[in-house]
Design a protein around this ligand. Structure first.
Ligand SMILES: Cc1cc2nc3c(=O)[nH]c(=O)nc-3n(C[C@H](O)[C@H](O)[C@H](O)COP(=O)(O)OP(=O)(O)OC[C@H]3O[C@@H](n4cnc5c(N)ncnc54)[C@H](O)[C@@H]3O)c2cc1C
Length: 292
């Protein structure tokens, strides 16, 4: 397929990108890695009047630690996210989840922020942004704004980003060193989008689970936390029966769709099995972290 005709602008700065988007009357599109956008443009699923290329804007390719937040610039590629030592130290679950993202060629171009903006319900980095209370830094001709992740996703491939806004960075909460993590997903082939995935964080205090976070993806219109499953575990000593109660609670809380790849029942069963594994991994890593 060939795309419909569009103009192309290589933005020199964030302000320039915002200016071009403002002039496009809602029909402009930012292009970062192009790994999701270009297939959609080629299939004419989107027909932008202008593509605003942000790849030449200086300073957007940095990962920075700012107090207890990690700031990931709009041109940080998946390849960098997977190997960055600051991310590995302060948010190791992101490094773990990155192992499941696509293939080398896609990782060389695809960006963390582009993945979150694309909002695929089965993509790993949107889920990490939910798990780690992400904030989206957006700029338009009207000025900058910060959108909490709880207000960002509006459905499958839909966000609350305005068409004239460019995302400059996403920041994530760091996890304390004594946090255990677990991430499990199932895809038919390595690098494919997942049928389901579950991510878990927890600390242990006096043998009891604290600050537990459980997030799921691939089993709904967007990635989400599962508070009912978290409540089963929070403040308690873990045991196998308790993990199974959390698993059942998670299965009851999700509403997966049936599609060509899997039925809703299969996805619900799968998410539970993955949750059990992720909870056990997080528990085991949290125990190791408090060993004398
Ligand atoms: C074969 C293949 C396999 C893949 N497998 C996986 C996988 O297993 N897991 C996974 O998570 N992803 C997968 N992907 C998607 C990949 O991770 C993409 O790179 C990513 O989803 C989008 O990042 P990008 O930088 O390429 O964004 P682009 O394609 O450039 O843009 C995607 C969307 O986000 C918008 N956008 C991008 N950056 C900005 C910005 N700074 N401000 C405002 N809007 C912006 C664009 O306008 C567009 O709407 C796969 C892709 C391919 C082609």
């Amino acid at each position: 397929m060939k795309p419909a005709a569009f103009d192309y602008v290589r933005a020199e700065s964030v302000a320039h990108a915002a200016e071009v988007l403002a002039g496009a009357g809602g029909d402009g599109k930012v292009i970062a890695g192009g790994q999701s956008l270009m297939p959609m443009v080629n299939f004419r699923l989107v027909k932008p009047s202008v593509l605003v290329d942000i790849n030449a804007i200086a300073g957007l390719d940095r990962v920075e630690l700012d107090g207890s937040r990690l700031r990931i610039g709009a041109l940080v590629r998946h390849f960098t996210t997977a190997r960055d030592s600051v991310i590995a130290r302060h948010a190791p679950i992101v490094t773990e989840a990155m192992k499941h993202v696509a293939h080398l060629t896609v990782r060389n171009r695809g960006t963390f922020c582009g993945s979150v903006c694309h909002a695929d319900p089965a993509a790993e980095m949107p889920m990490m942004t939910v798990l780690l209370d992400g904030q989206i830094h957006a700029v338009s001709a009207r000025g900058p704004r910060i959108v909490p992740i709880s207000e960002f996703f509006a459905g499958s491939l839909v966000t609350s980003l305005e068409p004239d806004e460019v995302v400059t960075a996403i920041d994530l909460a760091t996890t304390p060193r004594d946090t255990g993590y677990g991430f499990h997903e199932f895809a038919r082939r390595h690098g494919d989008y997942a049928l389901a995935a579950v991510a878990v964080l927890m600390r242990l205090e006096d043998g009891k689970a604290r600050d537990i976070r459980i997030a799921v993806m691939g089993v709904g219109e967007m990635p989400s936390r599962v508070p009912t499953a978290e409540e089963v575990i929070e403040g308690n000593e873990l045991s196998e029966p308790m993990i199974m109660r959390a698993v059942e609670s998670l299965r009851a809380a999700i509403s997966p769709n049936s599609d060509l790849n899997a039925s809703a029942d299969y996805r619900r069963h799968l998410a539970g099995a993955l949750a059990g594994r992720a909870i056990r991994d997080a528990w085991s890593r949290a125990r190791e972290a408090v060993l004398p």
